[in-house]
Each structure stands twice: as C-alpha cells, then as structure tokens.
Design a binder for this molecule. Structure first.
Ligand code: CMP
Length: 138
C-alpha cells in the first residue's frame, strides 16, 4: 500500500467548541502524520473556490455561510491509505447518522455542521491540498 496525503479541514463549529486539540489528537492516535497546518478565517471567495464542485447544490450558499462563520484549520495528513482511512475515522457526512466514536458523531451536529472535511479521492486530494498548501507535492 502506498503513502498518501489527504486534506482535512477542522471546521468553524469544531473550532468554536474548543475541540481542535482533541480532533488533532485523534488523527495522531490513528497514525496520521501532520505534514502542514494553518488557521484561516475563510473569505466568501475562498470558501466558494474550495467548494466549487458543490456550486450548483441547493445547500451551497448555506455551506459558504457556515464555512465563513469563524476560523477553520486546514491540514495535510499523511499515512498509508490516508484518503480512505481518514474518511472511516471521521464517519459519514451527516453527523446525526455517523457511527458512534467517529469524529463527526462526537463533534458535529448535522449534515452541514459536521466538524470536519476530508478529501474523497486522489484527484480531489491533489486539488484540495494545493488550494491551501501550494508548496506541498501530492
Ligand atoms: P464536506 O465533507 O465538507 O463536503 C461538502 C459539505 O457540504 C459537507 O461536508 C457538509 O458540510 C455540507 N453538506 C453536504 N450535504 C449537505 C446538505 N444536504 N445540506 C447542507 N449541507 C450539506
């Protein structure tokens, strides 16, 4: 299995709940190495650019509103099979449906305020890592 990089964002709801440290600890306990990390209060343009793939969805403007509501923490994580493994660790998109013990179940609220984002494919990981960390090779 090959080492992969993936992009995660600890979202404004989780940062606002003071859960940043606990979520990062979970990533580390699960074997992810933190390759890069920053805190950014996204502008509307930055949030729209990141989520451009969802621009036609009915929830897009609410999503942008939420993602600009406070600071978030984008990070690049690395390990073998990082993309799939991180999505298992965080749980499904809707926090209300996420399995017990997952990051989204523990720290999120619903389908929008779901505590964290994670890349869902190699192609998207490349775009997303580059969006926040253009100097990092994926
Ligand atoms: P994320 O994994 O960051 O990818 C897109 C985000 O859009 C998702 O997490 C949620 O925050 C949000 N989202 C997805 N589906 C819905 C929905 N049906 N209603 C509101 N927000 C959604």
């Amino acid at each position: 299995m090959t080492t992969q990089k993936t992009l995660t964002i600890i979202k404004p709801d989780a940062v606002g709940k003071n859960a940043l440290g606990e979520i990062i600890h979970r990533f580390e306990l699960a074997g992810f190495r933190i390759v890069a990390m920053t805190m950014e209060h996204l502008t509307r343009e930055r949030a729209e650019g990141f989520y451009q793939v969802h621009s036609e969805r009915p929830f897009f403007s609410e999503l942008v509103e939420f993602m600009t509501s406070g600071p978030c923490v984008p990070m690049v994580l690395e390990k073998e099979n990082a993309i799939a493994d991180l999505r298992i660790l965080i749980g499904v998109t809707d926090s209300a449906q996420a399995a017990p013990g997952t990051v989204r179940q523990n720290f999120g609220t619903d389908i929008q305020c779901n505590a964290v984002h994670a890349s869902d494919s190699v192609e998207n990981a490349r775009f997303e890592v580059n969006y926040f960390f253009p100097d990092i090779k994926v």
